[in-house]
Each structure stands twice: as C-alpha cells, then as structure tokens.
Design a protein around this ligand. Structure first.
Ligand code: ADP
Length: 184
C-alpha cells in the first residue's frame, strides 16, 4: 500500500501529512507545489513559466506539470512507492498519471481525501503566510479546487479513502495509516 495520492483543498494539510507519512511509510514525498517553488527560486526556465500561475492561484498548464512529474517519477527512489501531494489536480492529469504507472505495470493503491471545513482552511492559510497566501489568491485556489480538482473524488471513487483532517498532526497521520490498513 505505498502508491498514494493525497487530495484536499488548499490548507487541508496535505504537505504536513505527506512529510509525516513519508517517514512512516518509507516512501518519498512528491509535492508539485514544492517542485514549482524550487524552480521559481532557482529561476529555471520552467520556474519562469510557472511563476505567474503560482502568483495568481491558477493551475500551471498540464503540459509543463505532467512533464515535471514524469521526470520525477522516473527517479529510482519511487520504485518502493510514493506519496503524491498536489498531483493530479484535474482529471486530465489523473489520466496521464494512470498511463505513466501503467507503463510500469503498476497503479495507485489509494487516494486519501483530507476533509477540513472551509472556515478552518482560510484560518490556516492566512496563518501560514506563504507568498501565494493572500486572501485573493487563496480564494482563487479554492475556486480552482472546486471546479478542477474536486471531480477527482468521483474519478477515484473506487480507491478513495476520506479522512477527517481536523485535529493534531499525529492524530490525523494515524487516521490516514488506519484508513490505508483497511485496504491492504
Ligand atoms: P496548496 O496545497 O496550498 O494548494 P501547493 O503548494 O500544492 O498549494 O500549490 C501551489 C500552486 O502550485 C498552485 O496554486 C498551482 O499554481 C501550482 N500547482 C501545484 N500543483 C499543480 C498541478 N498538479 N497542476 C498545476 N498547477 C499546480
């Protein structure tokens, strides 16, 4: 049970949980948001392309994102599995991920949905204060989540595990691990 995708609205705690779970499960944490921010800060051509999307809260074009993920998943450390955080973010990306994994004769084991009420989300993001955590950009990211990303819950209905994302970090990690056990 190690090829796992974390889904949830901005502020749901995907990154925080992915770090904790990656240690517990012994698989790498792959965050497309972090990969993009690294490209932006290193001012690579990909970073220059991605920057305006990050700053507005819109999705980076699929062609750019899919290629970046394809390269990352080709690295050896993913052989034992991975925790994907922030990818896929729409059903087209999900199709691409499915194809990439099918080429390796594998597939996803589970998709974890972190469920958090909207007022808690906004509170968390404003407290975090990342560059793209202004009220306007947060609102845009939430809109994008509802229209682009939420359809993944239906797309992955067969392997979806919903987990309550409110509580202590450790408590939530334990809930995720328990949910994964129910499927192994
Ligand atoms: P959050 O978890 O708060 O939504 P992320 O760090 O995951 O933030 O993503 C920040 C930004 O990076 C997004 O608003 C988007 O512009 C870009 N991004 C991240 N993942 C993807 C993706 N899979 N496809 C397109 N854009 C993405």
């Amino acid at each position: 049970m190690t090829r796992v995708v974390l889904v949830g609205p901005p502020g749901a705690g995907k990154g925080t949980q992915a770090v904790a779970l990656s240690e517990r499960l012994g698989v790498p944490h792959i965050s497309t948001g972090e990969l993009f921010r690294a490209h932006v800060s290193e001012q690579t051509p990909l970073g220059q392309e991605a920057k305006r999307y990050l700053n507005s809260g819109d999705l980076v074009p699929d062609s750019v994102t899919n290629e970046m993920v394809r390269e990352r998943l080709a690295e050896e450390d993913t052989e034992a599995g991975f925790l994907l955080d922030g990818f896929p973010r729409n059903t087209k990306q999900a199709d691409v991920l499915g194809q990439l994994l099918a080429e390796q004769d594998s597939g996803l084991d589970a998709v974890i949905e972190l469920q958090v009420p909207e007022d808690v989300l906004v509170e968390r993001l404003l407290a975090r204060g990342r560059d793209d955590d202004t009220e306007e950009v947060i609102r845009r990211r939430q809109q994008v989540y509802r229209s682009e990303t939420a359809p993944l819950l239906e797309y992955y209905a067969d392997i979806l595990l919903a987990v309550n994302g409110v509580g202590d970090i450790d408590e939530i990690s334990s809930r995720v691990l328990d949910a994964l056990k129910t499927r192994s």
